[in-house]
Design a protein around this ligand. Structure first.
Ligand SMILES: [Zn+2]
Length: 198
């Protein structure tokens, strides 16, 4: 069984080395739509894969980090990176280029890391990320699956290498959330009072 939750954000970037001249040499933005698809082979006590309300917590916060932010590849020109940090309060530094393909891998990876660090409270089953689709425009999207996440050619992803600006962190519900994630501290979903015996 699959469920799908849609997220939206506005983000600015340059995609170095790409074929399109406008994309590779000019800062520009997109209105992104992200589809997070979760999979489970059993349902929780609410007979759901994973309550949509739970996705409004840490996962929404981490995806929202990219909203009204500029994203840059850590391999980019040092002067460009410095300018991004100097003139934008909200930025995200990435170990890979901010293409739609890499965004889909990064969102898959971050959502999966949060899920495995979350103690569920309502009989949830083997909930995991099945796929992430990132729509960069109305007509173009990239979609990642589990085999894309640890693909060395696509670039290895580590929590330590995805860096959020202080302003981004300050706007999280829990500003220490990402530090806790990196330290392996578990997050706990709210407890649930069952109204009907299961
Ligand atoms: Zn672009």
């Amino acid at each position: 069984m699959l469920i799908r939750k849609l997220f939206k954000f506005e983000n600015a970037h340059i995609v170095r080395n790409c074929t399109s001249d406008r994309c590779k040499r000019s800062i520009h933005g997109h209105s992104y739509k992200v589809e997070l698809l979760l999979k489970a082979s059993k349902l929780d006590h609410g007979q759901m894969v994973y309550d949509f309300g739970l996705l409004k917590g840490l996962i929404k916060d981490i995806f929202d980090s990219f909203d009204h932010a500029i994203c840059f590849w850590q391999q980019d020109d040092a002067d460009y990176i410095e300018a991004c940090k100097k003139f934008s309060a909200r930025w995200v530094s990435l170990p890979v280029s901010p293409s739609a393909e890499q965004f889909s891998r990064i969102f898959f990876y971050l959502a999966q890391q949060i899920l495995v660090s979350t103690i569920t409270q309502n009989g949830e089953g083997d909930v995991e990320v099945y796929s992430v689709i990132v729509h960069e425009t109305d007509t173009g999207y990239a979609q990642s699956f589990i085999e894309d996440i640890e693909n060395e050619q696509m670039g290895l992803l580590k929590l330590e290498q995805i860096i959020f600006s202080e302003q981004v962190q300050a706007e999280w519900l829990d500003p220490a959330m990402y530090e806790k994630l990196k330290q392996g501290i578990k997050f706990q979903n709210p407890s649930v009072d069952l109204q009907v015996p299961v």
